[in-house]
Design a protein around this ligand. Structure first.
Ligand code: ADP
Length: 440
């Protein structure tokens, strides 16, 4: 620690008046009590300033030698882990006056919405004790620098602790990572494009079981075995210089389980899902290409309702769609010129007839699967999923639907939910599938 300059008593200042002063004047000054007091005060002031400077230097030195800081910029992967961890650790909540809210929002399949609010320390300084070590958290927002890809201001969290406790940083980050991964364990993380990167969207979802999606006989198995075969053969592709990607198109009427199947497939493979909306405003060819090439490993890339991006113009239009993505830009991105990483791209559409042949030619779409309205096989299986072991009733249900207009598997699900405790009523009221009951 640097030595603090000695504090000079005020009397010395007063006597340091230049010697050239005539003795008469000196007498008048030193003899005058007001002058003496004034010089005394100046001396005290100067002394305090020196003391303060010395203290500041001492503190700076101590900070340099005794404290250690860790910066976590908002661009770093560990940043959301840390914020998530601190919102659950509840360590700062008791001590912090300034809190900020981080909202997770999720829309369920049935259209309902749920959200959770995590309270995290807001911008400013906060102190907390973790594993017996005191830490200071400082959250700073850079008001001037914006992340152009997300439109959010850059932020930095700085952690400070005593130098001897520096290992706590490693422990803390590991704990934060563990907490984040534990949250994802057994779950499917949905990611969405955020500027030029992928970010988790909503809370990780419970994995959807493959058995919960009933496709026509053998269909699910053939898709799963194709994807698994692709995943297992990276070396084969690399050795032959073939881009390591595979495209799937699931098409058919709404409510046939296209999205649900993709969720189940992700759950089965323990992959996450990157959802790309081609109609998103501000999506350009470059961004699309970039997003496809930086998709996280072990993720399925989902382009839902690919035909929707082309509703405004004909898809062959080179000028681009609503979102500024041109058709050739989409084809280039799918061809993944820049990427040698594994890419599994799944597209869904309700209208395959609206898709340009160039989009669905082999190499871009390697497997086209039709998911149609419920077949007798699916009707029976879905019935048994809701009413276990009721095989005779399942056959009756299928017979009751014979010769009737087609129904979707989503409609069947709705019907079984209505009569969840009563399979006989589900059969009796089969007509409601075609004329929904009036709500009075
Ligand atoms: P799509 O993507 O074909 O429009 P979804 O997968 O969104 O259909 O299905 C809508 C709802 O209907 C979901 O709640 C899903 O559970 C149910 N559903 C649709 N098809 C099936 C199916 N084949 N097996 C099980 N559930 C299904």
């Amino acid at each position: 620690m640097s030595a603090i300059p000695p504090f000079e008593p005020s009397a010395n200042v007063a006597t340091n008046v230049p010697a050239t002063t005539s003795s008469g004047l000196l007498d008048a000054v030193t003899g005058n009590p007001y002058f003496s007091a004034g010089f005394g005060l100046i001396g005290v002031g100067a002394g305090l300033a020196v003391l303060r400077q010395g203290l500041q230097r001492g503190l700076d030195l101590a900070q340099r030698n005794l404290l250690v800081t860790l910066e976590i910029p908002s661009r770093d992967k560990s940043y959301p882990w840390f914020l998530n961890w601190i919102s659950h650790a509840q360590v700062t909540r008791k001590n912090s006056q300034q809190l900020a809210v981080e909202t997770s929002y999720r829309r369920h399949d049935n259209g309902s919405v749920s959200s959770t609010f995590n309270l995290v320390p807001g911008p400013g300084r906060h102190y907390f004790k973790y594993r017996g070590v005191w830490l200071r958290v400082e959250r700073q927002r850079d008001g001037r620098l914006m992340d152009l890809t997300t439109g959010n201001p850059f932020e930095t969290v700085t952690l400070t602790t005593l130098s001897r406790d520096r290992r706590i940083f490693q422990t803390l980050l590991e704990d934060a990572r563990e907490a984040a991964l534990a949250k994802e364990d057994g779950k499917t993380v949905m990611l969405t494009s955020w500027g030029s990167e992928w970010r988790p969207f909503g809370l990780p979802r419970k994995r959807r079981l493959m058995a919960s999606v009933v496709l026509d006989r053998g269909l699910a198995e053939s898709i799963v075995s194709d994807v698994e075969d692709f995943i297992a053969n990276e070396a084969w592709y690399n050795q032959r210089g073939i881009p390591y990607r595979r495209g799937y198109l699931l098409y058919g009427p709404p409510g046939s389980g296209k999205t649900s199947f993709i969720q189940a497939l992700a759950g089965h493979l323990q992959y996450n899902i990157c959802i790309l909306n081609l109609s998103e405003r501000g999506l350009t060819d470059d961004r699309l290409n970039h997003l496809l090439s930086v998709a996280p490993i072990r993720s399925l890339i989902l382009l839902e309702d690919v035909d929707a991006a082309f509703t405004k113009r004909k898809q062959t239009d080179q000028e681009g769609f609503q979102s500024n993505v041109t058709f050739s830009g989409l084809l280039n991105a799918l061809d993944g010129v820049a990427s040698s990483e594994e890419r599994i791209i799944l597209m869904t559409t309700n209208h395959i007839d609206r898709l340009d042949q160039a989009l669905i030619r082999p190499g871009r779409v390697d497997m086209k699967v039709y998911l149609g309205d419920a077949t007798p096989y699916q009707m029976r299986l879905m019935f048994l999923r809701f009413y276990e072991g009721k095989t005779a009733l399942a056959d009756q249900f299928v017979s009751a639907l014979e010769g009737r207009p087609p129904v979707s598997t989503a409609q069947l699900q709705g019907h079984f939910v209505t009569y969840k405790h009563d399979p006989r009523s589900a059969i009796e009221h089969v007509g409601e599938l075609f004329t929904p009951p009036l709500v009075v």
